[in-house]
Design a protein around this ligand. Structure first.
Ligand SMILES: [Zn+2]
Length: 156
């Protein structure tokens, strides 16, 4: 079939099944790498801070999404944030049921755009939008510079 031919009836369509073996690495980027290095080495969260408009963002950026200024400044925001949203998850991405539902939340930080989505270790009866939560990190010797360096967020 060439570019000039067209399929006019859906009954003319065919398909084949198979798998395409692809491997890829998704890079964190300059600011993302700095975020995870800081998490691993200092046990802290950093946000980017725009030198022009002051907008702060997590995950950090190298260019401001508001005014497009280049960002080279990063500031500590600590490990305590506010629960912005949450959900209960009963099964994994393959559909297998969890023995006990997992709680996931989006945590935002004071004055910072964006946030971190991660596991919550908060009793279901105590969860409330806006509650203060703090990240529980793995011991420094076990951190690898990844999102898994955070074990969960618990009630602050
Ligand atoms: Zn800006």
């Amino acid at each position: 079939m060439s570019f000039q031919e067209q399929i006019k009836k859906t009954t003319s369509l065919g398909f084949f099944e198979g798998q395409v073996p692809l491997n890829y690495k998704y890079t964190m980027g300059v600011a993302g790498e700095r975020f995870f290095q800081t998490l691993r080495d200092k046990g802290d969260f950093i946000a980017s801070k725009c030198p022009e408009c002051g907008t702060m963002a997590i995950y950090p950026l190298i260019y401001c999404e508001e005014c497009f200024a280049e960002i080279k400044d990063y500031v500590s925001v600590g490990l305590t944030g506010e629960l912005y949203s949450w959900t209960e998850c009963s099964s994994d991405f393959k559909g297998a049921r969890h023995e006990k539902p997992h709680l996931l939340g989006m945590v935002r930080f004071q004055g910072v755009q964006g946030g971190i989505i991660h596991r919550l270790d908060v009793p279901l009866s105590e969860i409330a939008i806006g509650m203060k939560v703090i990240a529980v990190l793995r011991p420094s010797s076990q951190r690898k510079g990844s999102l898994d360096d955070i074990q969960c967020f618990k009630k602050a």
